[in-house]
Every structure is written in structure tokens, then in C-alpha cells.
Design a binder for this molecule. Structure first.
Ligand code: ADP
Ligand code: ZN
Ligand code: ZN
Length: 738
């Protein structure tokens, strides 16, 4: 006889530390309950949501005290046994609460009964106006209205949000007000980019792509790193791997950095895989995200494409997990829960016996090292698909420029190359990884630098808003024309940012149209896509931008790339600074000369002798890797050690110092227990000493060998000192050491 599972173990959806336990409930009223379901349970004097993580015959508690589950919230489980195992893994390795791990797996709208039927506004032409000559009701010069009207005439009823992407909201409003077009609400389960024509032809694979694909297919369940130069056709390989997973009745996940998730990527995947692909990215509304998630859990969609959090896609029987641009730091969450997509991917790949495929033109040192230790198979794509050479990189010594009398931040070579590029009707991209106008202002008389009142950082001047801004807390300050300290009028600007570059370009090439892409110009929902779209249509000849312009874009007319301040990322207090610089140079350079016309890169530096430039110019990743690896080995940095930072952030300076000392003393005791594993230990203020009025201090350690046991002890320590006035957390190989 089958045993009766009369009790359910439930995790309740409250993130308070003292309820991070498992509660027993009885299943008498809900006989169909299954592991992984969401349920409603009585808790205290109210009812709250909970998740069933196990069913059992007996409870150790007094059966009279056990309350029954009130209600099942879904007909099907939302957590598979894999996700429950993943929860345990995350709870253990990140020391987070179970409920916080489970929350990663479901869209936020799903919790607390916030699911709403999704309705959308649609726009169609009022039938009375069809067939009527448009001049009768749209008087010239209302060109925008006319274009909108004709679009609707051709495409029929269209979702309002799609229209406003391409047409001005005011023309639409005008047409609605005059009754020329009608606005209706329909309920939808929207599939983003559904209507893309299925025109995306499969390419005939190059020999290198063929070899890559065969290697992956004949080693199902293994781990691979595709090192492929920019333009080598990695995406085509990914698509074939996904297609083959689908043929075998399996599913697939592909991660792309948020910033590289351009409409082009969606269109390509939608065109190849139709409705089988679900897209998850921050540009979707909460409802759209929820709908895409539902399509995945119901099995309607079998491929998830998205940014970091898509690694939690509710797919089963996964055949392949792909991480494109795997070196990108956005794969590591830098706020709680601080998970790393690579580690979660590895967990899921092993659980499903899926192939794990990382890809990049500039793999991280840590990932590439794994191909040396045999953990990953290395696959190389050494040629661009169209056999075009990589662009030539010219390195300009900016000190020499200055010495020879050019004090502009455009070198003579960059100016000349720009002039030539524009004359020939081509496009250029200028990369400067700093937004705003000037990185700081300084008084020439007394040396005063305006700083943020709440953060220990200098303020960045933004000319567009004529304001000083703090890039850490977003506070704004009025720009003074006089020094606040000595009233001098002589104020000098610090390093140039994107705004200043655009201004200078406008001076040198007054007739050239310039677009700017940085955090300031991409705040609104579709701004990022719109800028790229405008540039790709040739509406501007030059695109100036921060690292946002470095990722994955394919603009055939770009023949020149200018890197204005290549040194910028080189001197950060971070062991990955040089690796990042190499990667940025290679990625940005890779935007040039992707099509028929040859590309050229002009790279400006004040320290041109740094070894990173030599390797980047020769496109010698392997040489760079060896050099960097030797340095890391000698000084015991990752991948030869784990870098651990315990960060304290507290409102009261004295208290924070006091706790820092205590934490440090306790870690020091542990370091004596494991003398062979601690290769470095120190305590200090963080490089950015204060952010939003919180003092920041840190304990840094570097550990070799298996750190499992030690990290559990470190978690124990910080748990002890956590208090409302002081936040303490542990970061492993953090992205940013600021
Ligand atoms: P990567 O990601 O390696 O930089 P992409 O995947 O963006 O390169 O490919 C560059 C371009 O080459 C894309 O426009 C893609 O459609 C095209 N492409 C890829 N594979 C082939 C092929 N086998 N034959 C022709 N074109 C291809
Ligand atoms: Zn002054
Ligand atoms: Zn601030």
C-alpha cells in the first residue's frame, strides 16, 4: 500500500532571519499537493505564501498543533527537484536564506498574488477614415501623423507600445483625440518580437565553425570554452548547438550580458527558433517577463535567452547552457544574493548532464586557465567568417603629442583618420570610458576639488545639466562659477568624459552628426536600442560612448575606432584591471572593419610602454594570458588563490572601526589554524571610504587550496557582528574593489 504523505515541509515567504526555518503543515485539506508547489498557509494570525519543499509521513511535532495548508496556489509545482537542490547549494555557498534563494527562481509578480491578467493598449484606424484621402484630415506639414497613419494602414492593429517606439507619442495622442485612430485594451500573453519574419537563413558553416560544432556534439555533457576572435561567428555555433539540443528533445539556456542584449539578438533568435525561444531581459515589463517565464515553465518555450538571471530559467532536461561574452563582469551579482552565473551554470549543467559552453574573444584569465588544467575543452575560432583581417591598431603616445605642442585630447593621427573616414562616407566609433563632461573640477588657485557631501568622492561635472553629480549616490549639486573656498574664478576641468568629446567633435567637424551612448543618454526604456538603431541606419556618422559601445554590435560601415584614453581602466586598485583593459581594447577594436571595408583603430595612451598594449596590438591573447598568469602566480592572485573581501559598511565611524578590529582578530585566529592556506590577510579602509554616509572598511584575504571549510567559518564570524547599524558581507573574487 502506498504510504500516506500527510505532512508538508514549507518555507514561508518572509525574509526575516528568525523565520528562516522549515515549518510543518498538514495536507488534509489539499490532497493534491506536490513538492515544489506554492501554497497559502496560516502563519501567526494571517495567511501567507509558502513553498513546499518536501512531503513526509510523520512529523516530529505534536500533530494537534500542526495546521493544515489552506490552499494550493498553482496547479503545478513551480520548483523542480533540480531547483530545490540548487537552493540548497546557494544557501550553503552564499549563506543566504532559503526563501531568498527560492525568490531568485520565480518572477517577482508571481509572489503575493500580484499576478494580473495582462491587458495592453492597441491602436487601429477608425474604419470611417479608411479610403478617405488623407489630406482631408491630416493637414501638411503633419508628417509624423501621416507616417503613423500609413504605418497602421499597412500593418493593421498594432500594440501602442510598439508604435511609440517608432513614432512620436504626441502625434499618436493627436490622432486618438481626433478619433482618427482608436485605442482598445486587449488581454494578451505577449511574446516579444513575435512578428519577426522567419528570414534568418542558416549560414553554411566555415571549417572552424564546423569543427567547433562537432567537438561540442561529440562530447555531450562536457565543458567548453570557445575562444573566437571578434566576428568569427560564435553566435552561429551557439544556435546550432541549441538546435541540436532541441532535436534531441532537450532545452537550452543562453546568457548574454545585459548590454549586449540588443534587439538584433532577439530578432535573430526569434527568427531561428520562433516561439520556442523566451527572452528575459530588463527591457521587458514585469508582465512580459512573467509571461515569458510561464511559457518556459509550461514547456511552450524551450530556449531561454537572457541576461544573468536567466540562468534560473525554469527549464528541465537542459541539453546546453551557453554563456556568451563570458568574461563580462555583469555575470557576477554585486548585491545580495551575490551569486555568480558561471557557478550556477556549472551546477545546472552537471545536474542535467548538459554541455556548458563559454564563449569570448577575450576569455577571463580564470576561465582560460581552466582549459590548461583540463577542466574545459578549448575550441578556437581564429578567423573572422568573412576572412577579413582584424583591424590594425595604431598606438599614439599622448605625452609625445603634448611635447610636440598638441594639447588637445584628440591626437593628430586620430583627427586625420577621422577626417578621412568621414570624407569617405564611413562611420566611426569613439570610446571613452567616462561619462559626463569632466571627471572633476579643481580650483587653480587653492586646489579645492568639490566633493559629495555623503560620499568620499569628487563630483563629476555634467555640462548638459550644468550640474555636478556624484556617481556613487546620484546626488546633484549646483555648479559654482567661483571656487567655494577662495572665490577664485579660475577653475580647471579634470579628465574628459563623453560629453566633452562630443563637444570637441562638434567644434572640429561642425557638419558631422554625432550620437552619444552612456548611462546618461540611455536612462529610458528603449533609449539604448534607439541609439544603436539610429547609428546603424546612418543617422549619425560618429558614435561616442562608454563601454556600452564595446559589446557585440555589428555595424558594417564602421571603419574607424578611436580609443581616447586607453589607460583609463589600467590603474584601478583591482587585480583584474589589466585583464579588463586588454578585453576592452580588443572588444572595442573588434567593432571596426567587420564588413568589406578594412578597419583601423587609433588608440591613445599616456603610458604606451605598458605590456598590455603590445599584446593587444598583436592580438596575442595567448601571450597576454601567459604573461598575466605568471604575474598572478608569483603574487598569488586568482586563479591561484581566492580573493576574499569582508566589507563592513556602517553609519557610525567608531563602531565600524571597532567591529573591523574584532572581525580582523577573529579571521587572524582562523588564519593560524590554516597557516598553509592564508597567503595574505589585512584590514583597512576601503578605497572609497564613504558612500551615502556609510563608512566602508574591509578585511582582505587571499586563500589557496580548498576554501570550503574556511569560508563557512568566515560566514559564522560575520553573522555574529551583523547589526542594524552595520552591514557586513563577504565577497569572493569581487568585480569591484572600490
Ligand atoms: P562573433 O560573435 O564571433 O563576434 P558573430 O556571431 O557576430 O561573431 O558573427 C559575425 C557575422 O558573421 C554575423 O553577421 C553572422 O551572421 C555572420 N556569420 C556567422 N557565421 C557565418 C557563416 N558561416 N557564413 C557567413 N556569415 C556568417
Ligand atoms: Zn580655490
Ligand atoms: Zn555621493
Amino acid at each position: 500500500m502506498q504510504k500516506q504523505l500527510l505532512y508538508a515541509e514549507v518555507i514561508v515567504d518572509i525574509a526575516v532571519s528568525d523565520v528562516d526555518r522549515i515549518f510543518d503543515y498538514s495536507t488534509v485539506n489539499t490532497p493534491n499537493v506536490a513538492v515544489g508547489m506554492r501554497v497559502l498557509v496560516p502563519f501567526g494570525n494571517r495567511e501567507i505564501e509558502g513553498y513546499v519543499i518536501a512531503l513526509k509521513e510523520n512529523s516530529l511535532l505534536d500533530s494537534k498543533k500542526i495546521k493544515p495548508i489552506s490552499k494550493l496556489l498553482d496547479a503545478m509545482p513551480v520548483f523542480s527537484s533540480e531547483m530545490l537542490a540548487l537552493k540548497d547549494y546557494l544557501v550553503k555557498t552564499l549563506r543566504i536564506k532559503s526563501v531568498n534563494a527560492l525568490r531568485l527562481f520565480i518572477p517577482s509578480q508571481m509572489r503575493k498574488g500580484r499576478i494580473k491578467e495582462l491587458t495592453k493598449a492597441f491602436i487601429s484606424i477608425n474604419p470611417e477614415y479608411i479610403g478617405m484621402p488623407t489630406e482631408q484630415f491630416i493637414k501638411p506639414p503633419a508628417l509624423a501623423q501621416l507616417e503613423l497613419f500609413e504605418y497602421l494602414l499597412q500593418n493593421g492593429e498594432t500594440m501602442q507600445s510598439e508604435l511609440t517606439q517608432n513614432f512620436s507619442a504626441s502625434s499618436l495622442k493627436n490622432l486618438i483625440m481626433r478619433g482618427i485612430v482608436l485605442q482598445n485594451e486587449h488581454s494578451v500573453r505577449r511574446i516579444p518580437y513575435k512578428d519577426i519574419a522567419k528570414e534568418n537563413e542558416k549560414h553554411i558553416l566555415t571549417l572552424e565553425q564546423e569543427v567547433a560544432l562537432n567537438t561540442i556534439q561529440s562530447n555531450q555533457g562536457n565543458k567548453f570554452l570557445i575562444h573566437g576572435v571578434t566576428g568569427s561567428g560564435k553566435t552561429e555555433v551557439y544556435m546550432r548547438v541549441i538546435a541540436s539540443a532541441l532535436e534531441q528533445g532537450k532545452t537550452a539556456i543562453m546568457l548574454v550580458p545585459e548590454i549586449a542584449l540588443t534587439p538584433q539578438v532577439f530578432k535573430n533568435f526569434r527568427a531561428r527558433f520562433g516561439d520556442k525561444v523566451a527572452l528575459l531581459h530588463s527591457g521587458l515589463s514585469a508582465g512580459e517577463r512573467f509571461d515569458e517565464w510561464r511559457r518556459l515553465i509550461s514547456g511552450e518555450a524551450l530556449v531561454a535567452v537572457g541576461a544573468r538571471s536567466a540562468i534560473f530559467a525554469p527549464l528541465q532536461n537542459i541539453g546546453a547552457i551557453i554563456i556568451d561574452e563570458e568574461h563580462d563582469s555583469s555575470y557576477n551579482a554585486d548585491s545580495n544574493p551575490r551569486y555568480k552565473a558561471h557557478e550556477v551554470a556549472q551546477f545546472r549543467a552537471e545536474f542535467n548532464n548538459a554541455s556548458l559552453i563559454l564563449g569570448s574573444a577575450t576569455p577571463s584569465i580564470e576561465s582560460y586557465y581552466k582549459t590548461k588544467t583540463g577542466e574545459f575543452n578549448l575550441i578556437e575560432l581564429n578567423e573572422r567568417v568573412n576572412k577579413k583581417p582584424l583591424p590594425e591598431i595604431e598606438l599614439v603616445d599622448m605625452c609625445a603629442e603634448l611635447f610636440e605642442g598638441n594639447n588637445s585630447f584628440f591626437s593628430r593621427s586620430l583627427k586625420a583618420n577621422l577626417a578621412e573616414c568621414l570624407e569617405n562616407g564611413n562611420q566611426a566609433m569613439l570610446f571613452i570610458n567616462r561619462r559626463g563632461y569632466a571627471s572633476y573640477l579643481i580650483c587653480r588657485s587653492c586646489g579645492h576639488v568639490p566633493k559629495c557631501a555623503s560620499c568620499e568622492v569628487s563630483l563629476v561635472y555634467h555640462r548638459e545639466d550644468n550640474a555636478l553629480k556624484c556617481h556613487f549616490c546620484s546626488a546633484r549639486y549646483a555648479k559654482l562659477d567661483l571656487c567655494s573656498e577662495c572665490k577664485s574664478e579660475s577653475i580647471k576641468s579634470g579628465h574628459v568624459g563623453t560629453e566633452r568629446v562630443v563637444e570637441e567633435l562638434n567644434k572640429i567637424f561642425p557638419s558631422v552628426r554625432v550620437l552619444r551612448m552612456d548611462n546618461d543618454t540611455t536612462r529610458t526604456k528603449d533609449a539604448h536600442a534607439n541609439i544603436l538603431e539610429a547609428f546603424s541606419k546612418g543617422e549619425a556618422q560618429v558614435l561616442v560612448g562608454t563601454q556600452m559601445i564595446a559589446k557585440g554590435h555589428d555595424f558594417p560601415s564602421v571603419t574607424l575606432v578611436g580609443i581616447l584614453d586607453a589607460d583609463l581602466s589600467l590603474y584601478f586598485a583591482d587585480y583584474r584591471a589589466i585583464e579588463r583593459t586588454y578585453s576592452l581594447i580588443t572588444q572595442v577594436s573588434g567593432r571596426a572593419g567587420r564588413d568589406e571595408k578594412a578597419g583601423k583603430v587609433v588608440m591613445q595612451s599616456y603610458t604606451p610602454k605598458h605590456y598590455v598594449y603590445k599584446y593587444a596590438i598583436e592580438n596575442d591573447y595567448k601571450g597576454f594570458f601567459e604573461k598575466e598568469l605568471n604575474l598572478r602566480e608569483a603574487s598569488k592572485y586568482p586563479p591561484f588563490a581566492k580573493f576574499i573581501r569582508i566589507l563592513l559598511s556602517g553609519e557610525v565611524e567608531d563602531l565600524t572601526v571597532e567591529v573591523l578590529k574584532k572581525v580582523f582578530d577573529e579571521v587572524a585566529i582562523i588564519s593560524k589554524e590554516y597557516p598553509n592556506q592564508f597567503v595574505y590577510l589585512s584590514a583597512m579602509r576601503s578605497p572609497v571610504k564613504r558612500i551615502q554616509n556609510k563608512y566602508r572598511m574591509q578585511v582582505l584575504c587571499r586563500l589557496v587550496g580548498d576554501i570550503e571549510e574556511i569560508s563557512q567559518k568566515l560566514f559564522d564570524i560575520i553573522e555574529k557582528y551583523q547589526n542594524p547599524k552595520l552591514n557586513i558581507f563577504i565577497e569572493f573574487n569581487p568585480n569591484n574593489l572600490g
